[in-house]
Design a protein. Sequence first.
Length: 159
Amino acid sequence: MAPAGFWAIASGKISFRRDGRWYNDDEPIDNARIAKLFSRCLRETADGRWQIAMADERAFVEVHDTPWVVTSVGGDAARGYTLRLNDDSEEPLDPGSLSVGEANVLYARVKDGRYRARFLRPAYYRIAPAIVERAGRFFLAAGGGEHAIGGAADADGDR
């Protein structure tokens, strides 16, 4: 039996896009198990590029915005929130890490604060009721307090 790996898509360019989906060339990869595997095996190289690394196989990838996206949110304003990412990992939301980027997209810092993750719409809609506006600034009610949401200047680059 042939080994599983990148041989079937080696001729294409693999990318992870703003919509939270994997693509081979411009075709979405619709197999949810392959997409989850790619997300779990995504690694940043020493030179800042991204690659999918599985055993002894590697494939460089183009990341269009963030390497991870927030797919869902658990918890509530009283207890705080938990983020689920596209690699199926879960972690507590650091409310102080929230920022708003271009086109009013919400981001949070994840993976021990090393990277930004873009909120997909379902995750944003889940947390939106806890966001309040005061004098042109936005705050998230979480864990018994209110936390300011930073603007695009606070987003700290593409990572």
